[in-house]
Unconditional design. Structure first.
Length: 289
């Protein structure tokens, strides 16, 4: 298996991520190896990262790194958590769910802009370290202020985080193409006249293009973040309407027809009083109900 395709040893990675930090000493250390690997990935991308390139930064051999970390796969897990630790969240006391999630998303966007390789390190089986878990816990706490059900809170955090990752991936791909070709995204598309000449067959696209819809594109992060949060807000408000409807549509007592006052807790009430409940019980026992 190629180094880039290797999966980390889960137990070894967890031990490295969550184990007792080693004391700082002169010379080579796990912390310095991780920091050097982040520098390589920042400059050249994750695909270009190798144990050899990291070793070269210390003027040592690749084998000397294996005393600290088993390989690139485990090293990437450590890099991810180290980067999250560089962008600590500020306390969000007093913020509502929307303001809190927006600030969390902007922090994640900033982190991805500084470290574009993060999107290439994402995956459903990536192992979180303490910094990543603290960030996730913070987002869950903020989202919980919406009053949504627990499963919805988790889904909302995953939705917002997934949006940031998606925009970061698109931005990273565009930047990588520009760096590799030396041609900007705007210039490359402006030179595709032979394609634009074929747009007459698509009336909606042609109309929007002629009306200036492509002259000043909206910022994909700013536009998308607000629309994503709008969707969450619609969910929160719909839940609020359901709660109000449950509180106002109380129904009538099944025995005397008196309007229920909604004073109880737990399951919905069927009777206005204990007396009516007993009366209904006696009717059932007598077989008259």
């Amino acid at each position: 298996m190629a180094e880039d395709d290797a999966q980390p040893d889960p137990e070894r990675a967890i031990e490295l991520l969550w184990g007792t930090p080693e004391p700082e000493r002169p010379g080579l250390s796990l912390g310095r190896i991780v920091a050097a690997a982040v520098e390589v990935a920042d400059a050249e991308g994750l695909a270009a990262l190798s144990m050899r390139k990291v070793a070269e930064r210390f003027g040592t051999t690749t084998m000397s790194l294996y005393r600290y970390v088993p390989g690139k796969a485990e090293l990437v897990e450590l890099m991810r958590d180290a980067v999250y630790g560089r962008f600590p969240m500020e306390p969000s006391d007093g913020l509502g769910w929307r303001a809190g999630l927006e600030r969390w998303a902007r922090r994640a966007w900033e982190m991805h802009r500084h470290h574009p390789w993060l999107v290439d390190s994402a995956g459903s089986r990536r192992l979180p370290g303490p910094n990543i878990m603290a960030e996730y816990d913070h987002a869950l706490d903020v989202a919980s202020r919406s009053g949504l059900a627990p499963a919805q809170v988790i889904a909302v955090v995953n939705l917002v985080g997934g949006f940031v990752e998606s925009v970061a991936r698109q931005a990273g791909e565009t930047a990588e193409l520009q760096r590799g070709t030396g041609v900007s995204h705007e210039r490359w598309w402006s030179e595709r006249e032979s394609l634009f000449e074929r747009m007459d067959a698509y009336p909606a696209l042609e109309r929007l293009w002629k009306d200036g819809g492509m002259d000043a594109p909206l910022d994909p992060f700013e536009f998308g973040l607000q629309r994503t949060l709008d969707g969450v807000q619609a969910l929160v408000e719909s839940r609020g309407r359901e709660v109000m409807r449950d509180e106002t549509e109380l129904g009538e007592c099944a025995v005397c027809g008196k309007e229920l006052d909604g004073g109880g807790r737990g399951r919905p009430r069927d009777y206005c009083s204990r007396a009516c409940q007993q009366r209904a019980y006696r009717r059932r026992q007598a077989g008259t109900s």
